[in-house]
Write a protein that binds this ligand. Structure first.
Ligand code: FAD
Length: 282
C-alpha cells in the first residue's frame, strides 16, 4: 500500500457515483481526505458485476490522488472466466490491492445464479491461484456476526478459513460496541488469525439511512443511540453533533484498546470523517 502512510493506518471507502455531479463532488472529497495521508482508499462493487465499469472508473479517478486504491470485488453471480478477466485488467492497470467479498445476490435471484465461487474464502483462493502474491487482499469481518451465520462461533471459523486462504488484512462491518470488536479479535487470534483486523467506522449523519443500513447488514444500533437519534427528529445538526461525539469516542476506545487503524465508510462525504479524525489522537 502507499508509502506515505498515516501513522494510524486509516483508510476511506467510497461507492462509485452514478451521476456526473456525484463524480465531480467525489474529486473534492478525495482531495480533502487525501490530506490525511490514508493507507488506502477503496471503492465498492455491485454484486454480479453490476457496477464493474463505474467501480473501475472511480478507482482510476481516486488513484490520481497518488494513494493506493483498492477495488472491492465480489464473486457471487460471477463465473471464473469473468473474474479472471477482471483480475488481469486490474493488474494491467497497476492495481495491487483488492477487497475480496462474496457479495449478496440481488433479492429475487434466489439460489440460482450464485456462480462458481460460493464464499469469499473460495474467491481469495482463486485470486491467489491466478495471481500469486500480486495483490494485497483485504476481506470482511463481522464482530456482531454475519446476518446469515448460524452463530458467532461458526462465523468466526468461516472468517479464519478466509484469512488462511491468503488474505492480508480484514476490515470489519461497522458496529457501535467496542466490546464486540475486542471479543471478535480475541477469538480470531485464538483461531490463529494474525493479520490486522481493522474496525470499519460508520459516521452517523442521518438516522433513517443508518437504521436502514443497519437492519440490512445486521449491525446493532444500541437502544440509547437509537432513542437519542429518534428524539432529534429532523434536526440534522443535532444528529451530526451527537453522531460525531459518539463515533469519536468509539474510535478513541478502539485505538486505545489496540485497533491497528480505522476504515471509514465515508458515503462519499469528507466532513464527518475529518471531524472525527480531528477529535481523536493516535
Ligand atoms: P463470506 O465470508 O463468504 O461469508 C458469507 C456467509 O457465509 C457468512 O455467514 C459466513 O459465516 C458463511 N460462510 C463463509 N464461508 C463459508 C464456507 N466456506 N462454508 C459455509 N459457510 C461459509 N457487498 C457488496 O456487494 N459490494 C461491496 O463492495 C461490499 N463491500 C464490503 C466491504 C466490507 C468491509 C464489508 C464488511 C462488507 C462489504 N459488502 C459488500 C457486504 C458483503 O458482500 C456482505 O456482507 C455479504 O453478505 C458477505 O460477504 P463476505 O465476503 O463477508 O462473505
Amino acid at each position: 500500500m502507499s508509502t506515505q502512510e498515516h501513522p494510524l493506518g486509516i483508510s476511506f471507502e467510497f461507492f462509485p457515483p452514478n451521476t456526473d455531479a456525484g463524480r465531480e463532488k467525489l474529486v473534492g472529497v478525495r482531495d480533502a481526505l487525501a490530506r490525511r495521508a490514508p493507507r488506502f482508499f477503496s471503492v465498492t462493487y455491485g454484486a454480479g458485476g453490476s457496477t464493474q465499469a463505474r467501480t473501475l472508473n472511480t478507482v482510476h479517478m481516486v488513484r490520481e490522488s497518488g494513494f493506493t486504491t483498492a477495488p472491492h470485488l465480489s464473486c457471487i453471480g460471477s463465473d471464473k472466466g469473468a473474474l479472471r478477466e477482471l483480475l488481469a485488467r486490474y493488474r494491467e492497470d497497476g492495481i495491487d490491492s483488492l477487497v475480496a467479498l462474496r457479495g449478496d445476490l440481488p433479492s429475487g435471484m434466489g439460489g440460482s445464479g450464485v456462480g462458481q465461487l460460493r464464499y469469499a474464502n473460495e474467491l481469495v483462493e482463486f485470486i491467489r491461484e491466478e495471481t500469486g502474491d500480486h495483490f494485497e487482499i483485504a476481506v470482511a469481518a463481522y464482530p456482531e456476526s454475519h446476518p446469515q451465520a448460524p452463530n458467532l462461533e461458526r462465523d468466526l471459523e468461516n472468517f479464519a478459513r478466509k484469512m488462511k486462504a491468503g488474505a492480508n488484512l480484514a476490515i470489519t462491518q461497522y458496529f457501535f460496541s467496542a466490546e464486540a470488536y475486542f471479543h471478535f479479535v480475541e477469538r480470531a487470534r485464538a483461531l490463529g488469525v494474525e493479520a490486522p483486523i481493522v474496525p470499519g467506522i460508520m459516521p452517523i449523519t442521518n438516522y433513517a439511512k443508518l437504521a436502514r443500513f443497519s437492519d440490512a447488514c445486521g449491525a446493532e444500533i444500541p437502544r440509547w443511540i437509537r432513542k437519542q437519534l429518534e428524539a432529534y427528529g429532523d434536526d440534522s445538526e443535532a444528529i451530526a453533533a451527537f453522531g460525531e461525539e459518539v463515533i469519536s469516542r468509539l474510535c478513541q476506545r478502539l485505538l486505545d484498546g489496540g485497533a491497528p487503524g480505522l476504515h471509514f465508510y465515508t458515503l462519499n462525504q469528507s466532513a464527518p470523517c475529518l471531524r472525527i479524525l480531528d477529535n481523536i489522537t493516535g
